[in-house]
Design a protein around this ligand. Structure first.
Ligand SMILES: [Mg+2]
Length: 238
């Protein structure tokens, strides 16, 4: 039986969080120009996001809306009026995450192409379906996957349902991703292999202590998957 890799998309295959970080920096700068403290502006965005994501999910428009709400909240907490043109300028800043350019991470295209001959490849990404599918289409990688699954959140239950749906054996299945919270810990809980490819700009909300680090394979880059799964010495290494 071929091994199966369940692969994350954002910040595993292509850059994602840097665009959000750039928006938050631009927002903080605008807030600074409005007389607010930039660090407080950044913290406010984080608070608003933590409150809203469980209700509204990860759609990029909702991120832009969170920025506008953050501005309103800063005004409220400092007892200042909401300036007429500022919410529009904030909304404009947030638009940069809606159709950002797809920049593949190092080694991704060639490694996926090599792996596709040796493994079943499934894409598992969380977020807004249309947005995630558009990113995959723009990445040019879609044809390499045997299945694409967009879910609101990733947890062990989602992984178990993929095991059942494709008839996968846990010992022949690995999750590959950059997020301890959404990729690695759910994989460990579901009893499959976990391959952690850290990204330096991983979103704060994806950080979490890894439950059983001794079970996790940590790679320096996506390209190292080729040696693990598409090389002659695959069995010794995994
Ligand atoms: Mg990710």
């Amino acid at each position: 039986m071929k091994p199966t890799l369940i692969i994350d998309a954002d910040d595993t295959l292509w850059e994602n969080n840097i665009y959000y970080e750039q928006c938050i920096a631009a927002f903080a700068e605008l807030m600074g120009a409005q007389g607010f403290v930039q660090e407080e502006a950044e913290r406010t965005v984080e608070t608003v996001e933590r409150e809203r994501i469980p209700q509204v999910g990860y759609a990029p428009e909702e991120f832009a809306r969170s920025l506008v709400i953050s501005y309103q909240r800063l005004c409220e907490s400092h007892d200042r009026p909401i300036e007429d043109e500022v919410p529009d300028r904030v909304w404009e800043i947030g638009q940069a995450v809606i159709e950002y350019p797809i920049v593949l991470l190092d080694g991704v295209a060639e490694t996926l192409a090599r792996l596709s001959g040796h493994c079943r490849l499934l894409l598992l990404t969380k977020g807004d379906r249309e947005v995630q599918e558009s990113k995959l289409a723009r990445s040019g990688l879609g044809h390499l996957f045997d299945g694409v699954h967009v879910v609101p959140e990733k947890d062990a239950e989602v992984i178990r349902s993929l095991l059942a749906r494709y008839g996968l054996q846990p010992e022949q299945t690995w999750m590959v991703g950059n997020s301890p919270r959404s990729d690695i810990n759910p994989a460990l809980e579901a009893g499959i292999g976990a391959i952690y490819v850290p990204h330096p700009n991983t979103w704060k909300m994806e950080h979490e202590e890894i439950a059983e680090p001794e079970r996790v394979i940590v790679l320096k880059g996506f390209g190292e998957l080729a040696a693990l799964f598409a090389g002659a010495e695959r069995r010794q290494k995994v």
